[in-house]
Design a protein around this ligand. Structure first.
Ligand code: GLY
Length: 395
């Protein structure tokens, strides 16, 4: 693994400054982004407003809830009230979206409903948020294939070209565990567990790099082949896919208690660390190393920091201290080199992320490249919050 022993960690002062500025940005954005949401990615480092129509809307509401928590904790009740009001306007929007089944025919119910509605319910007891999140879990399990034992990511359920899972889905599953706990109905948890098992058995390669997506035989459910969608090429490791793997394995352990998942977490993390440039913020695909001119994906760094901090709760010393220290080193680099520090530069929080980059070997369109993206901002705030205190997590 990359030797990070000499690297500096984010200090308490920097942590406080980062959270203060993040909250100021979120508060400053409420005028434009209460009835509307920030787009998935910025353009020229500025987000434009969109309706509640994308898979990414939950992250903006999640940022508002994190800012709300920070302000409450620091006795800023007026700011907290403004933030709560904005988040509650958005919870109503999420409620309408799931009741009307508006753009919910995909697997991203967890990304949409966990940082928005599960958070709302956990923080304020909002029963509309609870209802919306349970409906979202119900919607998510409609995408389960009992033959292949996985949740299908995208597209019509009867199309062989869509009969696949994707690594990102690991972060959609905490919604199912939450729904089982809340309703007392174990069906959500059972499906989550089947999916995790199928995903872990197939998306993690022998060298512990990961496939972005994995296809199965529609008739037999047998594993067929891996492929990429957003990565550079089929055999490479898309940086964010690997990052979803790191955080996803930490969540998988949290909910299943399976020790072998800790081991998988260790190896997937090691592969990620072994393919980082010196400043610990990956290029958009781990194929590219130090000195590359390819764009970075700073969002992966924050996602991995969250995964490390999550796993630090379950392992003994000195491993836990190592993961916490590593997360602090990653965040130091994100804070120093990537975080927005002036609202005139951007209305987001973290620059230099990559959403969708075209390569000669993928079918991606080019957008959100070397920009802020909304989950990068959210997970940056989540990682800072996790370091700031003992956080009752949304996931
Ligand atoms: N889940 C889609 C992405 O990470 O871009």
């Amino acid at each position: 693994m990359l030797d990070v022993s000499g690297y500096a960690e984010i200090t308490d002062e920097e942590l406080a400054a980062a959270l203060d500025f993040s909250c100021a940005q979120v508060l400053g954005n409420l005028g434009q982004f209460t009835e509307q949401f920030q787009n998935a990615y910025s353009e020229g480092n500025f987000y434009r407003p969109i309706g509640n129509v994308d898979w990414t809307n939950g992250f903006w509401t999640g940022e508002i809830w994190l800012a709300y928590e920070y302000c409450r904790r620091n006795g800023r009740e007026e700011d907290a009230a403004r933030l709560r009001h904005a988040a509650e306007v958005q919870v109503e929007s999420f409620y309408r979206r799931i009741v009307n089944k508006d753009q919910v025919d995909h697997h991203d119910m967890g990304f949409l409903y966990t940082p928005s509605c599960v958070a709302a319910y956990k923080l304020t007891g909002n029963t509309r948020a609870r209802e919306a999140a349970v409906l979202a879990a119900e919607q998510l399990i409609t995408r389960y294939h009992p033959v292949g034992e996985f949740i299908q990511a995208w597209g019509p359920m009867d199309a062989p070209e869509n009969y696949r899972l994707i690594i990102d889905c690991l972060l959609n599953l905490p919604l199912l565990y939450w729904a089982s706990e809340e309703t007392g109905d174990g069906k959500y948890r059972e499906i989550a567990e089947k999916h995790i098992h199928t995903a872990v058995a197939n998306v993690i390669r022998e060298d512990y790099s990961t496939w972005h997506t994995f296809f199965f035989d529609m008739k037999t459910g047998a594993p067929d082949h891996g492929s990429t969608c957003q990565g550079y090429r089929d055999g490479s490791a898309w940086a964010r896919g690997q990052a979803w793997g790191v955080y996803g394995m930490a969540c998988a352990y949290r909910y299943t208690g399976r020790e072998d998942y800790i081991d998988k977490f260790r190896h997937v993390t090691e592969y990620y660390m072994d393919h980082l440039p010196k400043d610990l913020v990956p290029y958009w695909d781990l194929e590219f190393g130090e000195g590359s001119t390819e764009p970075r994906d700073s969002s992966s760094a924050s996602i991995v920091a969250c995964g490390l901090l999550e796993m630090s709760k379950y392992v003994g010393e000195p491993e836990a201290a190592f993961y916490t220290g590593l997360a602090k080193k990653i965040l130091k680099s994100v804070y120093d080199g990537y975080a927005v520090k002036d609202g005139a530069v951007s209305n987001g929080l973290v620059l230099h992320s990559t959403y969708s980059n075209h390569s000669p070997y993928n079918t991606c369109n080019h957008y959100g490249v070397d920009e802020c993206n909304i989950w990068g901002d959210y997970f940056y705030m989540e990682a800072l919050t996790r370091l700031d205190r003992d956080w009752n997590q949304y996931w």
